[in-house]
Design a protein around this ligand. Structure first.
Ligand SMILES: [Zn+2]
Length: 90
């Protein structure tokens, strides 16, 4: 397998979407080719960075929900009751 072929399918390899034969060819190539294995390490770092970004987004939506809950609690009791009724009817 050539460097170009490897680089074309390396994302599939990272996503574990290659069949076992292609996976083996990629692994064999990476063992021999420092250029492509360096590229792979770069991709893995990028993957980790994306996952990190996704995680901090999840934290933000949690914070948002907490802000909403707090805002509801700040409402006078009567409108809070009305809000709960709206929730039930939905
Ligand atoms: Zn290569």
């Amino acid at each position: 397998m050539s460097c170009e072929e490897v680089r074309e399918i390396i994302q599939l390899y990272l996503d574990s979407e290659l069949d076992s034969r292609s996976t083996l060819s990629v692994v064999r190539h990476l063992e021999r080719c420092s250029g492509c294995s360096r590229l792979l390490v770069g991709d893995l770092r990028q993957d980790a960075a994306l996952k990190e970004a996704a995680r901090s987004e999840a934290v933000d939506s949690y914070r948002l929900r907490r802000e909403i809950a707090r805002a509801i609690r700040r409402q006078p009791a009567r409108s809070r009751y009305r809000f709960l009724l709206l929730q039930v009817r939905r």
